[in-house]
Design a protein around this ligand. Sequence first.
Ligand code: 3HC
Ligand code: NAI
Length: 686
Amino acid sequence: MDPVRTEIEGRVAVVTIDNPPVNALSAAVRAGLAAAIADAERGPAEAILILGAGRLFIGGADISEFGKPPVEPFLPDVIAAIEACPKPVVAAIHGTSLGGGLEVALGCHYRLAMPGTKLGLPEVTLGILPGSGGTQRTPRLTGLRAAAEMITGGRPVGAEAAREMGLIDRIGEGEVRTAGLAYAEELAGSAPRPTGGMAAPEAEDLSDLRKTLQARARGQVAPLVALEAVETSARLPFADGLAEERRLFHHLMETPQRAGLIHAFFAERAVAKVPGIKGVAPRDIGHVGIVGGGTMGSGIATAALLSGLRVTLVERDTDALDRARATIGKNLDAAEKRGKLKDRAAVEGALTLALDYDALSEADLAVEAVFEAMDVKREVFAALDAAMRPGAVLATNTSYLDVNEIAAATSRPADVIGLHFFSPAHVMKLLEVVVADETAPDVVATGFALAKRLGKIAVRAGVCDGFIGNRILSAYRAAADHMVLDGASPYQVDRAIRGFGFPMGPYQVSDLAGLDIGFMTRERKAATAHPKDRRPVFADALYHAGQLGRKAGRGYYDYSDDPKGREDPEVARIVAEAQEGQRAFTDEEIVRRYMAAMVNESARVVDEGIAARPLDVDVVLLHGYGFPRHRGGPMHWADAEGMDRILADIRAFAEEDDHFWRPAPLLERLVAEGRTFADLNTGGRA
Ligand code: 3HC
Ligand code: NAI
């Protein structure tokens, strides 16, 4: 079907863009739109109305065309033709209007949006800037500062806010087509009102915004370049401003950051496409049981409550229940403050606290979040097996333990799955859906459906120690620990890793999680450790000194008078005493070793089928471990960096330590065959 069609309604030519799923401005849509405007210009209509078919106006440029040779007509030219039309052109916007979609609307002479519509210029989140006039037309409507904030932040605004800013003229009522038609009828026969002909915005000093963006950037360039583009609107005539915008747009389009951010965008959507569950109907989930109301259980309960689910939480004693109630209450307070909670009473009414598993007899799914110990988990699962109705899903939030062994404690392993949330569970977007040997496909589908309901991104993971994320984390953490054992300071390691773009270095993360967690993991693994495994004895020393991290006021850093943590000479002394070497590392070498360990383990995780594809690893690291988004994730980064270089590093490191540094077979195969991880995202396994 034609992606753009025109109908005549009275004095109005109604141009509808119909390119599912999001009416993206593909080459065919651009051509159709240009032709429709030209026809309407020549025809009898006295006004033109542009609409989107389906659930939204226009989702933006067609992102799948990025990085390929551009095809005419180009969007700026189509928008220029709309703006130059001698008849009034009205955009009637519903649902969403993003990026190039909003730019089309800005090129129209009048804009009406329906209540609840989201309007935004999210280009910087894709590593580019609005390249079809957005940086020049927006400030002419809203003033320089408002435009700069909207464009550099990339966050959409609601219809009401858009009207207050001057971005749109009106809010419609009823149905979008009817509201748009009425507006166009009103304007029929009147003169056009091109945005580009409006007065340039007044110059303003935006150095405060620039400073904020610089502080937040962590290496990302697009927001600062976008600011530069917006600022030209106050300095240059409209046509020159457009040319400058175009120049900066093309520059950003060529950056690896654009490729990384767009990879992240598509990877986040691809993770839901899991082999084996296509077309499988999930089980209905309205009532979630939770066992254990500690850090994780309370967070998971909060997430479920905020999504409108009924929750029953089981704990060991009334003290623990009181603590869970208090934690959930605090979480809800925070959600209320952020406007994420409308009906507090209803949400609290949906929560039941209990000491007995019988309370879970009607739950559709239970998530176990008790202590990380196999005997405790097995006991809990035996009790869940006895208490829950047939067809209910039994899930564990274990971080490392074998989900097959947990499932074997029940009479229904097909109903057992891992749902590995990240802390804080009501905030973090990632959910690893851990599929055990006997997990039924509709139970897997239920895990994905639940994630969607909770507003989370689910990634399928197989069973192994640590699944996708924690397993890879163990490897790159070990690489960091080895460098500290050999002479690097934990502070230097943290700085180097932040320099790469992570929000925190590994030792800051330790302080946040608590040094007891790492210690307990090391103890648990000590029995099966290889004699050549190197234990981070400096971390043990800090643990024994009671420096457990933030919660103790001291860990690697001292938090007593600085909430961000100060470097601590006492820690430096403890570490120096435990160090095995005195070697100096450059920041560059620190990053190379850290990343080599991450990529190498990621390759194993893919090769073993623990992650379905490289892109699944990327999404886990991006959303669970602070991997810098503009680098796309470790597998995308490895492709961009050159896998042969990384393999060469691993081989060089192996000359000193061939126990830890062993090239992953997949890495060797791909380098030998001249293939990339990206090839495995679309094609088969190497
Ligand atoms: N181009 C190509 N494909 C797109 C797309 C786009 N702009 N936006 C979404 N899609 C695809 C998705 O990949 C997905 O495909 P799949 O079904 O094969 O996985 C499908 O459309 C549906 O997308 P969502 O699952 O994201 O649908 P939602 O309903 O949840 O969200 C949306 C709709 C809010 C429009 C969301 O898709 C979105 O945020 N899209 C990106 C918007 C954007 O960034 N636009 C700016 C593009 S850059 C630009 O316009 C440059 C210009 O200045 C020149
Ligand atoms: P926690 O110690 O804060 O909470 C555990 C809770 O379980 C306690 O409140 C305890 O009273 C309760 N409990 C213990 N045995 C019970 C039983 N038999 N019946 C009912 N309640 C019982 O622990 P946390 O951090 O919440 O971890 C829970 C699980 O989640 C662990 O398996 C952990 O590995 C996993 N996890 C933890 C993450 C974290 O960052 N803390 C992240 C992801 C997973």
